[in-house]
Write a protein that binds this ligand. Sequence first.
Ligand SMILES: *Cc1c(COP(=O)(O)O)cnc(C)c1O
Length: 392
Amino acid sequence: MATHYASSISAGDKEICLVDEGNSYNAITPPIVQSSLFSFKCFEDYRNYHLHKHHQYVYTRGNNPTTNVLEGKLARLEQGEACRVFSSGMAAISAAIIGHLKTGDHIIFFNTIYAPTMIYAGFLERFGITHSYLRTNNLDELSSAIKTNTRMIYVESPGSLDIQVVDLRKLVKIAREHNLLSVIDNTFATPLYQKPLTLGIDIVVHSCTKYIGGHADVMAGAVITSRKLMHDIDIYAFKLHGAVLSPHDSFLLIRGLRTMPSRLEALQLPTAKVVEFLLAHPKIVKVNHPLAYNEEEKALYWSQANGYTGLISFELDISDYAGLARFIDSLTTFHLGFSWGGYENLVMAPYVADDYDKVQVKGLKPNLVRISLGLLAAETIIADLEQAMAKI
Ligand SMILES: *Cc1c(COP(=O)(O)O)cnc(C)c1O
């Protein structure tokens, strides 16, 4: 039976999510400063700005007051010194990677990684940046994959497809021994439930499109790290690649943060009930979620995180896509689609692009289904899964 752990979002984190510092006009929400540019009062200010002696808002592809409020919140939630937000999670991920690499460098991608991140890694080969992809959470394999030109280890923990956990403290130890930068995609756990910088990870990236936005109506990403490591990401990958977030979208994320603690807390018990139902179901071969881990993995997970989210994957007892199609098409409360972290139930099957047998030969799981629980009652969700399971 899945043990339910109450999430523990700290009072300090709740305050960061809810309260804005320095609010204008006593407004309860920060103003949306929908301006691409900010003018100078006089030539002296203008000149001193170029001499780095005068600081003010200049241009929104750089700094914007609304966006800065959001960046301040995310930096404090992750306990990092600096945050930059981007117009998508991929913009943040590509900035974090390219901001620190050059031709000849090598990256190790560790654990199952979000597929478009790996397509981006392939694209970097054109510029002489190579990679190895270790689709495992076994750290023994990490050390032997490190080459003389390895510069970065990029990890997801838990991964967002098979939800496997990595021992981040051990990973950091290996990275430091070899003088490598460590980067984590922390989208699954959110900055409320896992703070990788406090475990020694160098750079955290997020797709804010998921739980931080929380309503499936905004795309955004974030990079959080030290001031020193942000420098190159900021001046090159952020300002020059230019994938900045619009002030309107920053406002939507500030609003998303206000309800994120409540939304995540509301997911704890329903998620535990759904995992318990899945674990007991005879047509399910394996369930992937922190609540379904073995004792060792659970101990590891709870030493790194203090809550879980509503993203679950499981393997169905089927032998072809027909069974999968019957299951998915029978669901009535789930939308079939990518992404996750909104108010709605979502379902997707990650490995369907090839023939069923060919996918298996590659070591992937064509019977894997991923669900993201929205905010419906657990009983409604379980009844729906139950009736769809009967159609397999
Ligand atoms: C969605 C997602 C991304 C990419 O974010 P976008 O906002 O879609 O660009 C990266 N990593 C993970 C784990 C994701 O789920």
